[in-house]
Ligand binder design. Structure first.
Ligand code: FES
Length: 157
């Protein structure tokens, strides 16, 4: 999933063709592009806008509205830390600050060397054991306690 590659119009055209017959093709096309390239590059936004006869601002608005879409390529590792209410009540804010400090990346950002991305997520279904996070899809809980060290070990830092 953390995989990113350069936008390729020919490949995008092939993916779009599979979806363009659908009503409301914008979301399926964006999902296909995100799945294939790992993010929605500015060239992809322009390309989709032209193809669907929308403005770039409209397409960009959709990309930034949905958490599913990235407008930057992700790092090789993706750490998602829960910011939803139950985890907040268990100290997610403090844990997030600790992760930011230990990883050297702010929430919502990717390290300049693209080694990792730290991003918010809203409930992982681990509320009873929060604060919780995912490292490349592997769950870590109890981050206010022992879980933090385990999680950082999972990140390799
Ligand atoms: S609120 Fe964080 S896992 Fe549910």
């Amino acid at each position: 999933m953390g995989h990113s590659s350069d936008f390729d119009p020919a490949e995008a055209a092939r993916l779009a063709l599979e979806h363009s017959h659908q009503e409301g093709a914008l979301l399926p096309i964006l999902h296909a592009l995100q799945g294939r390239f790992g993010w929605i590059a500015p060239e992809a936004v322009a390309w989709v806008a032209e193809r669907l006869n929308l403005s770039r601002a409209e397409v960009h608005g959709v990309v930034s509205f949905y958490h599913d879409f990235r407008d930057h390529p992700a790092g090789r590792q993706v750490i998602k830390v829960c910011q939803a209410e139950a985890c907040q009540a268990r100290g997610a804010r403090h844990v997030t600050a600790q992760l930011e400090e230990r990883l050297g990346v702010k929430l919502g950002q990717t390290a300049p060397d693209r080694s990792l991305t730290l991003e918010p997520v809203y409930c992982l279904g681990l509320c009873g054991n929060g604060p919780a996070a995912l490292v490349d899809g592997r769950p870590y809980a109890d981050l206010s306690g022992r879980g933090l060290a385990r999680c950082l070990k999972g990140v390799g830092r």
